[in-house]
Design a protein around this ligand. Structure first.
Ligand code: BQF
Length: 291
C-alpha cells in the first residue's frame, strides 16, 4: 500500500518554486506577489490564509493579507477587489471562502479579474478549463492531478468515481480526469447526495475521489481491493482528548480502507498541502504570463 504523501510532494513543489523565484530575483526583477482577502474571523479560514501567507514567504513571494471586518458590506469588498484588479504590482489574489452570509459569493467571484484569479473560480477560468484552453485550474483539483502524476498513478481508461459536485472540487476534478492530459483519460462518474446505491459505484471504481464533507463516510466494504483513494474531506470533529478540542477527519475511514487499497491520501497531509502548493504555482504562472 502506498501512502500518497501530499505533505512531502507539496514540499518538493515549493522547493521548485523557490528555485524559480531565486532565479527571478537574481535577474534583478521583483518576485511574484499574491494577495489574500479575508472577511471576518472564522477559525479555519484564518488557519488557511495564514498558511498561504507563510508559504509565500517560504518560496520568496511577496504577499499581502487584507483583513476586513465580518460586517464589511458587499460594496466595500467589491471596491477592494477593483483596487486589487488594477494594482500593477500584484500578480494574483484570492478572496478566502466561505464569505459571511450577507455577501453574495457569486457577485464577488465575478468581480475578480480572470487574469488575477489564481483560485480559478471565475466563470471565465472555469469555462476555459472545461474547454481545455489555457486557464487557472482551481488549486485543490489541480493538486490532486499533480499528486496522481507524481506518484505515476495510471488513470487512462480507469473508472474514476468522484463523490461530491461542489464547484471548487468535485465538478472540476470530474472534468479534468475525463479530459486528455495529465492524470486524464479516465472514465468518470460524478456521484452526489442524490445518488442511489453509491456503494455499488465505489465498489467498482479503480479510483475514488471523496469530496463530500462527511467524516469517515467511505468504509472498507465500499471499495474494491487495490483501488486508489483520494480523500479531500477535512472536517473538524470535537475531541476532548486533544489539546485543540478537535481532530481533523477525512471522508474516508482510513484505518480500515488503507488495509484494502493500493494507494491512499492521508488526512491531514494529503490533498490539503497540495492545495497550498498549487496556489503558489498558479501565482507563479500569473507572474510569468504578465512578464
Ligand atoms: C493538511 C478549505 C474547505 C473550505 C475552504 C493542509 C490545508 C488543509 C489541510 C489548507 C481549504 C482546505 C483551504 C492540510 C486550504 C485546504 O495538512 O491536511 C492545508 O490550508 N487548505 C482553504 O483555503 O479554504 C477552504 C476547505
Amino acid at each position: 500500500m502506498t501512502v500518497l504523501d501530499g505533505k512531502k510532494t507539496a514540499q518538493d513543489l515549493k522547493e521548485e518554486i523557490k528555485l524559480s523565484v531565486s532565479k527571478i530575483k537574481a535577474g534583478g526583477k521583483r518576485p511574484p506577489h499574491l494577495a489574500a482577502v479575508l472577511v471576518g474571523n472564522d477559525g479555519a479560514s484564518l488557519t488557511y490564509v495564514g498558511s498561504k501567507v507563510r508559504s509565500c514567504e517560504y518560496v520568496g513571494f511577496d504577499s499581502t493579507l487584507i483583513r476586513l471586518e465580518e460586517s464589511t458590506s458587499e460594496e466595500t469588498l467589491l471596491k477592494k477587489i477593483n483596487e486589487l484588479n488594477h494594482d500593477d504590482h500584484l500578480d494574483g489574489f484570492i478572496v478566502q471562502l466561505p464569505l459571511p452570509k450577507h455577501i453574495n459569493e457569486e457577485k464577488i467571484l465575478l468581480a475578480i479579474s480572470p487574469t488575477k484569479d489564481v483560485d480559478g473560480f471565475h466563470p471565465s477560468n472555469f469555462g476555459r478549463m472545461a474547454l481545455e484552453m489555457d486557464a487557472f485550474i482551481p488549486a485543490t483539483p489541480y493538486g490532486i492531478i499533480e499528486l496522481l502524476e507524481r506518484y505515476q498513478i495510471k488513470t487512462s481508461g480507469k473508472h474514476c468515481v468522484v463523490v461530491g459536485r461542489s464547484h471548487i472540487v468535485g465538478r472540476p476534478i470530474s472534468i479534468l480526469m475525463s479530459q486528455k492530459g495529465p492524470a486524464g483519460n479516465a472514465t468518470v462518474t460524478l456521484a452526489h447526495s442524490r445518488t442511489e446505491d453509491l456503494a455499488s459505484l465505489t465498489k467498482n471504481a479503480d479510483i475514488v475521489v471523496m469530496a463530500l464533507g462527511i467524516p469517515e463516510y467511505l468504509t472498507a466494504d465500499m471499495v474494491k481491493e487495490g483501488a486508489v483513494i483520494i480523500d479531500v474531506g477535512i472536517t473538524r470533529v470535537a475531541d476532548e482528548k486533544h489539546p485543540k478540542g478537535y481532530v481533523i477527519k477525512g471522508d474516508v475511514a482510513y484505518e480500515e480502507v488503507s488495509k484494502k487499497v493500493a494507494a491512499i491520501t492521508p488526512v491531514p497531509g494529503g490533498v490539503g498541502p497540495m492545495t497550498i502548493a498549487m496556489l503558489l504555482k498558479n501565482t507563479l504562472f500569473a507572474y510569468q504570463r504578465k512578464n
